[in-house]
Ligand binder design. Sequence first.
Ligand code: TXA
Ligand code: MG
Length: 322
Amino acid sequence: MTTPEITKAVKLLREGRLVAIPTETVYGLGADATNESAVRKIFLAKERPHDHPLIVHIGNIEQLQDWAREIPPAAMKLARAFWPGPLTLILKKQPQVLDIVTAGQNTVGLRIPRHPVARELLEAFGGGIAAPSANRFTRISPTTAHAVAEELGGKVDLILDGGPCEVGLESTIIDMSGETPVILRPGAITAHAIAAELGLPDIASPYAQHETRAPGMHHLHYAPRTRTILIETENIPDMLLALDRDDFPAAFVVNSDVIMPQNDKIRCIKMPHEAAAYAHDLYHTLRKLDHQDFKWIIIETVPQGEAWDAIRDRLLKATGSR
Ligand code: TXA
Ligand code: MG
């Protein structure tokens, strides 16, 4: 990334325009978080309903108090331990934080991303950048600059290309504004890692119940256009038998060593065995498959265990299985 590119991005943000930003999780669609008309453009570009609050990205921990108040020591602990990185803290907001950013709630989501391009931009900009994932509402989050262009094309004034996103899934969201910490969206930073940092036995993660507060939870979020279903490993052989002419070609996305046919009707994509590598590839794989003329995308369920929580969550949403 060249510095002139960052200079241009800062100029655009100051003019109230939209800049797509690479982060380590997914690409974000950024605007100056203090400029109401700029933030409004984000909702227009994404076709996102206004009751869905945005995350404000900041460049350093000192800026936290510009956005949040009554920050509990536990939140500071998490910020110091995991920032910059894929963790979003929900905190009580400062009065001046725009309603359009918080969807009128009294809390605000904050995160310091660790992608070097995002960090350089935030440092040069000096303020908060409101940025949801740079996809149209309910679609798969983009993990490359190319995917952003596909999703939002002419609606964004500049796309900073920072290469493929390292993590590949959206940040962990933890609500630190109440009595006890609650995970609203699982991500690369696990409940166990957070609990260990806070010296707690465990952390509540009733994320399935937070329909309105975390729109990522909506039925059919992060969804391909192609009909997509989730299937247990042991049901794959029956599924193969049940498919008929109208169902072909069908794509299978597997992660176990299940033996699969590979022919002009069935295409089998073998995903990595390791959770972080699987997460890195998932959205990119689904996006690629969605561009082909498959009648079905059939995804094998993933292993139990916390390392797979975020992946399992996104697969359930991509297939409307909740
Ligand atoms: O990894 C990420 O978090 C990416 C990158 C770009 O930072 N951003 C992202 O933004 O995934 P978005 O808008 O697609 O998802 C943000 C989630 C939404 O589900 C939203 O409801 C939740 O964060 N959120 C934001 N502010 C909130 C608040 N004050 N209270 C509860 N949930 C909030
Ligand atoms: Mg999103």
